[in-house]
Design a protein around this ligand. Structure first.
Ligand code: ADP
Length: 619
């Protein structure tokens, strides 16, 4: 006779009765019924109850057929333990259901022992707990989701400098974020659940919010306000706050949620902007200087009163591109070119042009434009100041006319003096009076120097009145440099001129004027370097054009003076320079001539070491 294990707690029964009861039980239960061989290798019979597939014949591969692969290990371990201890096998695990899907079962099997206490077989039931497991899983997922939501909101509310809080309808705080707790200097535990007064609000302030909570409860609408009160460390601050109703499922207000933002800095900035705007307008409207402001597209969006007064036109007529239409036809092209360039190359600009004034006579204006930038560094347009330079221009024109006239007047007697000196020198040489011939030669050199100066002034005045024009012809630049060097050699006494020629190169330029440039650079090198030092003149082919350089071993030029050398009448100030005569027009003329040929002119220098002047001409 067989008997269940003692551990199974089943009472012993006579065999027939027990069998009948057993059958009844099998029929009555909705659980899956199975039997297993002593070592669980063979499944005797299984009534799957529609949950698992039935079997009629003993089968050995039941594990693979019924158990979910991921639970093999767990099931095998529980079987081994039950066999070892001859105890009830009991386990919740996943199974492969009759329809192929994964289900959950709670399985219990009792070992049947023989007289010797050895296991004969196992008899078991397995209930379908798939639904229960799914429900458990859904609850777990829901919990995890809400936990995640909580963490998310907590992160959001704690990472903002804004104050976030929730009031219950009893005016007590139900929630306060990190920023608010920090402002109060409290922990969540001793702040939440407390009233406004208890959290340190002044009575008027607490009262105000309590009335707002009442109102929100009544109207179910938000309230926005601004409030100012002192902060323990930061002093008086201004806050902007919004209180919102929190509605329950029935649509009733169950709490009031609020956010508060410190807007002190914004308020201060707004006030500062308004003040600076007012200051600018007052300044701009009360000055005689014409002031205008453009946008990034070049449209002028503001003209001050001085513009209207000087032009005799309302600002509205000048706005946008209106002022450009008024420019004198002779100046318009140049202004338009500079204006277009100023929108590409953002830097300070300067224009001179004529505009009809109130009485319609043209006035000369000088405009200086400075770029302005937004706080993000992007270009916002130019702000310009314009002054009337008509009188300066007229004075300049008079001065030019005077210089031109004087130069002309001086040239005639000078030319005669030169020819008399030349004839006298020839005669003195014929009479072999070397002393007189020598003196006349020196006089000739001085007169040549004077001629050069006068020609310089004449050229400046011609340049100013636009009367200088380039007489272009093809010639070999190397040959011209060589000739200029030879000419200068004849005129100097104590310097050593060294010329490094390059291969012949044809250029199309005004031969005489380029010759003047070379002579000017060499005579400057002589003038500004010590007697006996060397001057190197080099000619080279660069970028399809030609580059000529004149290097001396003289006093040099400071970095400050370098960019200004080519300005009209500019002379370096300094004790050494005061003893060297000059008018500051040589380099200005050189620069105008070279630029007029589409070339470039510049200098490099080191104080007390020497200077190198370069110019280039396109090939
Ligand atoms: P200037 O008649 O005064 O020489 P320039 O226009 O030729 O007029 O030169 C302008 C100024 O540049 C000079 O006054 C001088 O200070 C400086 N300069 C020109 N060439 C040299 C040079 N080679 N070395 C040092 N300074 C120079």
């Amino acid at each position: 006779m067989t008997k269940p294990s003692e551990n199974s707690n089943l009472p012993e029964q006579p065999a027939a009765a027990s069998d009948a009861r057993f059958r009844a039980l099998v029929t009555a239960t909705s659980d899956v019924i199975y039997s297993m061989s002593a070592d669980w290798s063979v499944m005797g019979q299984l009534d799957g109850r529609g949950f698992l597939t039935d079997t009629q014949e003993p089968m050995s591969g039941w594990i693979e057929k019924y158990i979910h692969p991921d639970d093999f290990g767990k099931v095998k371990a529980a079987i081994a333990e039950a066999i070892r201890d001859k105890k009830i096998f009991q386990l919740e695990h996943r199974v492969l259901q009759a329809d192929g899907s994964t289900g959950w079962t709670s399985s219990r099997a009792v070992p049947i022992l023989d007289d010797k206490g050895d296991i004969i077989e196992w008899f078991g039931t397995a209930s379908d707990i798939t639904e229960q497991k799914r429900a458990e899983e859904a609850v777990r997922e829901e919990k995890e989701r809400s936990e995640q939501q909580r963490r998310l909101y907590e992160t959001i509310t704690s990472s903002t400098p804004d104050l976030i809080y929730v009031f219950g309808l009893d005016y007590r705080f139900q929630y306060a974020n990190e920023a608010l707790l920090t402002m109060w200097g409290k922990t969540r535990e001793n702040a939440v659940g407390k009233s406004l007064l208890e959290n340190g609000y002044e009575p008027w302030h607490a009262e105000m919010h309590e009335r707002e909570i009442d109102k929100i409860r009544e109207t179910k609408t938000s309230i926005r306000g601004e409030v100012s009160f002192p902060h323990a460390i930061l002093g008086r601050r201004v806050y902007d706050y919004i209180l919102n109703p929190v509605l329950n499922a029935q649509g009733e207000v169950e709490a009031v949620a609020g956010t508060t933002r410190d807007i002190t800095d914004i308020k201060n900035a707004e006030t500062a902007i308004t003040e600076s705007e007012t200051r600018f307008r007052v300044m701009a409207e009360s000055t005689d200087v014409m002031i205008s402001v453009g946008d990034e597209m070049g449209k002028t969006i503001y003209f001050n009163q001085a513009w209207a007064t000087i032009t005799g036109r309302p600002a509205a007529e000048l706005l946008y591109y209106g002022w450009l239409d008024l420019i004198h036809p002779d100046d318009k092209e140049q202004v338009m070119r500079l204006f277009a360039a100023s929108l590409k190359d953002i830097k300070p600009w300067q224009y001179e042009f004529r505009l009809p004034a109130a009485g319609n006579a043209y006035r000369w204006l000088l405009t200086r434009s400075t770029p302005r930038f937004r706080s993000d560094g992007s270009f916002a347009g130019y702000i310009s100041s314009t002054v009337d330079i008509t009188e300066i221009k007229e004075n300049e024109q008079r001065k030019n006319a005077f210089i031109s006239m004087v130069s002309h007047e001086l040239k005639t007697p000078l030319t005669s003096a030169i020819s008399y000196v030349q004839v006298s020198q020839k005669k003195a040489t014929e009479y072999q009076d070397t002393q007189v011939a020598g003196m006349l030669e020196r006089a000739g050199k001085q007169l040549a120097k004077m001629t050069r100066m006068i020609n310089g002034f004449l050229n400046v005045s011609r340049l100013e009145s636009g009367k200088i024009h380039m007489d272009l012809q093809e010639f070999d630049i190397t040959q011209l440099v060589g000739e200029a060097v030879e000419e200068e050699k004849a005129a100097i006494n104590n310097h050593v001129l060294v010329f490094n020629p390059c291969n012949p190169m044809m250029v199309k330029a005004d031969r005489e004027k380029i010759g003047q440039v070379i002579s000017n650079l060499i005579s400057n090198a002589v003038k500004y370097s010590p007697s006996g030092s060397a001057i190197h003149i080099t000619c080279s082919h660069i970028n399809g054009g030609v580059q000529v350089s004149v290097a001396d071993e003289g006093m040099g030029i400071t970095a400050e003076d370098l960019p200004r050398l080519f300005e009209r009448y500019y002379r370096v100030k300094g004790t050494e320079n005061n003893h060297i005569s000059g008018f500051g027009i040589g380099l200005y003329l050189c620069s105008e001539i070279i630029k007029g040929h589409g070339g470039e002119i510049w200098a490099e220098s080191e104080v007390d070491k020497g200077s190198v002047f370069y110019f280039s001409l396109p090939g």
